[in-house]
Design a protein around this ligand. Sequence first.
Ligand code: MOS
Length: 757
Amino acid sequence: MAYDAGDTANPFGGQPHPRIDGKAKVTGAARYGSDEPVANPAFAYLVTSSIAKGRVTGFQLDAARAVRGYIDILTHENINGEYHTPPPFGGKDGQTTTLESDQVWHDGQIVAVVLAETFEAAREAANKVVVNYAVEAPSATFDSPGTTTEPHKPQSGPDPKKGDAAGAFQGAAVKVDAQYYTPPQHHNPIELFATTCVWDGPHLTVYEGSQFMWGMKNALAKQLQTDPTNIRAVSRFVGGGFGSKGGTRPQTALCAIAARRLNRPVKLVATRDQGFTVATFRAETRQHVKLAASTDGKLVSFFHEGWEVTSRPSGYNVGGVDTTARMYACPNIATAVNVVHADRNTPGFQRAPAETPYMFGLECAMDELAYALAMDPIELRRINDTQVDPVSGLKFSSRSLMQCFDQAAARFGWKNRNPKPASMRDGDWLIGYGCATACYPTNIGPGAARLAITPDGKATIGLAAHEIGTGAYTTVAITVARTLGIPVESVTVNLGDSDLPPIPVAGGSNNAASTSHVAHKVCMEALTKIAAAAVAASDSPFHGADPATLKLEDGALKGPGNRSEPLQKAVGRLGGKLEVYAENIPKGLQPEAMANLYKGMPMMARGSGRKDFTTYAFGAQLVEVRVHERTREVRAPRVVSAFAAGNIINPLTAYSQLMGGAIWGLSAALHEATELDLTHARYMNDNLADYMVPVNADVPSVEIIMVPEHDEGVNPLGVKGIGEIGIVGMNAAVANAVFHATGKRIRDLPIRVEKLL
Ligand code: MOS
């Protein structure tokens, strides 16, 4: 595997390091939510609705009760008083709720939980539960009768707008006016949605894959009407999340209630198909984009309106115009977002929730504009590149978009592209080159951590961060090792336990920035204590020195005049183990951000919400596609992506994360969609056999370039985070390449054979 070694000048970045938890994962020692061995568990199995709209009128339970090992069933009829508050994460304006009443909001809603002595008995009994319904005709998606549409409530300020977009469009020389569509998609993490609940008196321990330990702890406390101190959430490893494990899911509280009733541990694993409806998904979008430019390619008007499907009670939406309006210099901007309520489960975060669909619209429209101008699409982006956020007027803390395009284009061989559509071929295969901009806002949250250094010179750090496959253990270990001047092998990292100090949701690509800063801070506070003791001690080489001049390096405490003492000795002076707790509140957040985090409410300094800079990471994604002249099969033999995301803490795991994003983008562009039965508002391909994803043969070559970028404005360590950006430009890059190959502009995803015939 090749990776760019990146920026080795920065002491907090650049040195590739293998995952410190890699061995535990590949040997099976890493435990996930349903792996926890507990004594004498009962097993829960969900019964989910077979209708999308209506009411439950009753249950026929005789056959279920007759199954050997059957214990009990929870339904809305018998759970009253135990489960009052719907999951709070994801919006105050209502989630689809579960077992609160007889109402059915969507297909696959939990209507009962069967408990039995074994998993098999629970499954058999659940399958024998007959649910009677009063059925109503559901609305499935856009254009279904009975949907309602309303403007969304923007999360952070009004939708971007400036100048007179309509007037400027009317008078412009070159225009694009197009509609785009992105389909519903499901995350499908390999680890199923699984929960193990164990009560000990009033204390509940929950083992469940989660992207937000402290959020789960606090949400469950509300749902179970208990104090958060009674609840411990454990999730040391998460078998994939992609956003689906960021919010609290309804079955978690149901599992806890079941365990309390039975007075024994309960394990609940939602099946793969149930996961399509008891967790969230990426909602389908429609977009209307209007772009206008003068004949030299300079944008004069940008209009972007989106429509997103959501459930009946929730206003959830991703509102990606907040990002698209910031991409290019443009004097006149108008944006809007609408939510379309249908009889569906509530959607949620899925990798770059806002950017992935909305950048598809913008970046396809940019390609269409480049053709209308007879201009190279990379040059069009160069002409409209800007170091200033066009909406707020703030500077970007750094923006290396064109460096990314230049490096990716050189590596890719973009100069060999004949711009004329359908002009390049290899035998029966039409060749297309496409490109698009990728971006992701740089978010950073508060965080807290505990650090212990023992007299043997080893360090242990604890923080309730989340390893969702990204390499979080390793980036924390690297940060501690570099700050304390010790080898990574001397650092033990504890994550994924709400008994540890809180860290925000592992979402919005904030993890690297949030955790590295608090890890650095707690280490610097340890240094302060070590230095204070050293200058005070008469037997120390630093006696009487200014403590601020001391630093930790190469396993030693060092000071001016080549004075040095082994770390072991300097720590030993403190009398046993040195323990430090530290909190970090990033610039721009108020002190209450920490108290709110302890209450399970993360406040972020958001990429487009800061007062000093607008902070984003950028990238350029280039794709070669080959479309068979007669069968119209589409292949994507080459992807080259370049990203500039500030200081890369671990280029090895970053490479993997960025490559994974690019592959998922190929998947979204060419394969993925959750297929809807429009009559029943039901997902039809709710399994991994029918839900199309690429295999190795679909992804021959993905090259990742990490463009060095120093950014002192974004945060003290210059860390931007790369969790999500890798997927963002891929949809448009592929669609643009397909146009170049064939001359056919496909504006609705995925691009399958039938659309090209
Ligand atoms: Mo990510 S979709 O913000 O977990």
